[in-house]
Write a protein that binds this ligand. Structure first.
Ligand code: ACM
Ligand code: ZN
Length: 549
């Protein structure tokens, strides 16, 4: 009920309304102001580890135009301060002044020096002197300012009343990933930046960027310009689920190295590492179309207009294959500073290798008895090459089948069993099982009532229930689980709004899995936090699934 309508009702029932009107106005203004202030809550999403409100109460009044300060000559801290000001302006229409090295009179102080081994750890304190965010590193400060941002939410006005509090926080897992397939469908640089913004809002720190596929090669390799120019374009795309009818429209797009660098720099400001994936030896029709001599049959091959797993893969017996891969990964490493490089390794049928004289000769030369070991041979070669560049390889769990190379990290997607086996062999593991993490699945039971998914059913409650460290592992083995990740494959997701819809709010759920201790999680309380987050999504025009199952 609005204030004027209260007055009208009051007028109708009370003839002496003038005096009463004044009193009522006063009471309503007080109540409405209190209501607006009550919107600041530290129960943000993901929920911080410890929130201690001052038992004696008290609030700090943050006034429009207040100063946020940081140590001068620290570019990352300057960026943090500017980002905080930008977020409060966009979310709440609330202006801050950014000024380095203000000793007295700053409302918000960003400072380093927190004693904690976790780079994401932060301490957020609100008392009568103001707001302080102290981090173990600049990254920790960034996580802390995101908590402040979400606590304030979308409430604008000239003043924001913040209850005195001490918040201590750090994430449960060091690896907090989100995967995005920009090969089945191509997404613009601007949208990838928005995708990164959404990740940062949820405290995610690893962007797994799937860049190449049977349906299109999307990374520019300067020494082989045709690879992206021709390999990125499929002549047409199948309609629906491989219905046998085609749209007749060429479809393409790729990222120049300059654009990739721009994305890496943008992500770095949000403390997100970009892990590029060039999937090998399967999912390679984009490349085989341009270089058919790298396939076992010699082609010709087309950039695939349909969905699925192609039997045509790189020939493991052709020495040119490794030369090609080293050239590609060499340029990839020049562009992406990430210590982690994803080499794919999933869904690579071995039927061509079985029938290929070159592959069989290679097996004989190496004394191998199974084709799976041929994949391990390629993995090991790539591992040596990338290790020499100071990088570490990640592979999908199929890479375990022929014996994983020593340093390799396993990304467990076909359930958790691959991850369990890998952890027992003391390999590091990232958990991303289809049952909990494949956000190309439908999130509602009635699949006809929502945008397309690939199939399956993965409601937000199921994502929320994920436990990335399986009970079968010993305490020591459990330490090899680096974290969890959701995967967004895009066979059936062609546009940004649709991608966001698949992401939200399942990203909210995984972010609490990534950040919170298992005993702290509570789905009912999560839904309350989510309702508040949705106000921010509305403000920022993010698309999301409104129904929770
Ligand atoms: C995968 O989903 N093919 C890793
Ligand atoms: Zn071959």
């Amino acid at each position: 009920m609005t204030f004027p309508s209260v007055i009208r009702i009051f007028e109708a029932i009370n003839p002496k309304y003038d005096t009463m009107k004044r009193i009522l106005s006063f009471v309503c203004v007080v109540l409405m102001t209190a209501f607006a202030w009550a919107e600041v809550t530290y129960d943000v999403l993901p929920l911080p580890r410890s929130i201690e409100l001052n038992p004696k109460g008290g609030e700090y009044v943050l006034t429009e135009g207040a100063v946020v300060t940081y140590p001068a000559s620290n570019a990352q801290m300057a960026s943090n301060a500017q980002l905080l000001a930008k977020y409060l302006k966009e979310d709440a229409g609330f202006g801050l002044k950014v000024q380095p090295d203000v000793k007295k009179g700053a409302a918000i102080t960003l400072c380093l020096g927190l004693k904690n081994d976790c780079p994401d750890a932060y301490l957020l304190k609100v008392d009568k002197k103001g707001i302080t965010i102290q981090g173990a590193t600049e990254e920790g400060i960034f996580r802390g300012l995101m908590t402040l941002r979400k606590a304030i939410g979308t409430e604008g006005g000239e003043k924001i009343l913040l209850p005195f509090v001490t918040i201590q926080d750090e994430p449960r897992f060091a690896y907090r990933g989100v995967h995005f397939d920009t090969a089945r469908h191509f997404f613009s640089v601007d949208f990838i930046k928005e995708f990164l913004d959404i990740m940062a809002l949820h405290g995610c720190n690893q962007f797994h960027w799937h860049l190449t596929e049977d349906q299109g090669w999307r990374f520019e390799v300067k020494s082989m310009p045709e690879l992206a120019q021709k390999g990125s374009v499929r002549k047409q795309t199948v309609i629906g689920r491989n219905a046998g009818i085609y749209d007749g429209q060429p479809y393409g797009g790729y990222y120049t190295q300059q654009e990739c660098r721009e994305i890496v720099a943008y992500a770095a400001k949000l403390f997100i590492n970009v892990i590029p994936e060039i999937d090998l030896p399967g999912h390679m029709l984009g490349a085989l179309h341009v270089y058919p001599e790298l396939g076992c049959t010699g082609g010709p091959y087309e950039v695939w207009p349909i969905w699925g797993v192609s039997e045509d893969v790189l020939c493991a017996g052709n020495p040119k294959t490794l030369e090609f891969l080293k050239q590609v990964y060499g340029e990839l490493c020049d562009v992406f500073p990430s210590k982690l490089i994803h080499i794919g390794g999933d869904e690579s049928p071995r039927v061509r290798w079985k029938n290929c004289p070159k592959c069989q000769a290679k097996m004989k030369e190496l004394g191998l008895t199974r084709e799976a070991e041929l994949q391990t041979y390629i993995n090991k070669e790539m591992d040596k090459f990338l290790t020499a560049k100071g990088r570490t390889i990640i592979g999908w769990d199929e890479t375990l089948e022929g014996g994983l190379s020593e340093n390799g990290i396993v990304m467990s997607w076909r359930g958790m069993k691959g991850g369990i086996a890998a952890a027992r062999q003391h390999h590091r593991v990232i958990m991303t099982p289809t049952d909990y993490c494949y956000i190309d699945y439908y999130q509602l039971k009635d699949d006809w009532a929502q945008p397309h998914g690939i199939g399956g059913y993965l409601p937000v409650s199921k994502v929320y229930s994920m436990e990335p460290v399986p009970a079968e592992l010993s305490k020591e083995e459990g330490k090899f689980i680096m974290g969890a990740q959701v995967n967004l494959w895009t066979e059936y997701v062609g546009y940004p709004d649709h991608a966001m819809y698949m992401l939200l709010p399942r990203l909210d759920a995984i972010s609490e899995v990534q950040w919170m201790q298992p005993e702290q999680k509570d789905f009912e309380a999560f839904k309350v936090r989510l309702a508040r987050m949705e106000k921010l999504y509305d403000k920022l025009n993010y698309k999301y699934c409104h129904k929770i199952e």
